[in-house]
Design a protein around this ligand. Structure first.
Ligand SMILES: [Zn+2]
Length: 205
């Protein structure tokens, strides 16, 4: 089976509790410490086996093979990737059954990271996620006063729109954000604008 490691918790000694996103579920597996084990890290895509045991309610993580990409050796790209994965974990942590959307989204991001600016890919992918979950507020109704935002748009956590006068935050270009929400594309945003959105994204999904 294949999956993405979303989280790792150390338990007694060197044993680990590992949370893995597969196509349809979020698995929590146990890995005993052992010198023969391959190294694992948050964000790795792995091929693995889940082995149930009569002694424990939690299944064992076995036969791990890291399905790496060369870009994962680039610290900057890998850092952005791990940030995105950690946010995704917080967002999905209480879910067991999942639609394949999340697994497929990570597959897409993993491919794009090889060639594209990782910050742009992260922002665009997050818009796709909001749209999929029906949380993309592309009607531009203000989060606070519930009136339409026509100018002086501010984007807050979860990319929620608001008026500059209603909430603290920096003004963003509404036409550009409309384009982003419509096409999941940052093509019309400059690097500073994308960086601002990345900062907002890191407040949480
Ligand atoms: Zn308002």
């Amino acid at each position: 089976m294949q999956g993405y490691i979303l989280n790792i918790n150390k338990v007694k000694d060197e044993d680990l509790i590992v949370t893995i996103l597969t196509t349809t579920s979020l698995l929590t597996l146990y890995r005993f410490y052992g010198a023969r084990h391959s190294n694992i890290n948050i964000g790795y895509k792995i091929d693995f086996e889940s082995v149930s045991s009569a002694k424990s309610t939690i299944s064992m993580l076995r036969n791990v093979l890291h399905l790496g990409d060369s870009w994962m050796n680039e610290p900057r790209r890998f850092f952005v990737w791990q940030q995105f994965i950690k946010l995704l974990f917080k967002h999905l942590r209480d879910v067991e059954k999942l639609d394949s959307f999340y697994f497929e989204l990570l597959n897409e991001i993993k491919q794009k990271f090889a060639k594209q600016n990782p910050i742009r890919v992260a922002v665009e992918s997050y818009v796709q996620l909001l749209s999929y979950e029906g949380r993309l507020h592309d009607d531009f109704v203000c989060l606070i006063c519930e009136e339409l935002v026509t100018s002086e748009l501010v984007i807050t956590r979860s990319f929620l729109p608001a008026h500059k006068g209603c909430i603290f935050g920096e003004i963003v270009d509404k036409a550009k954000i409309e384009e982003l929400f419509l096409n999941s594309s940052t093509i019309n945003l400059d690097d500073d604008e994308v960086d601002k959105l990345w900062k907002i994204l890191q407040e949480g999904f």
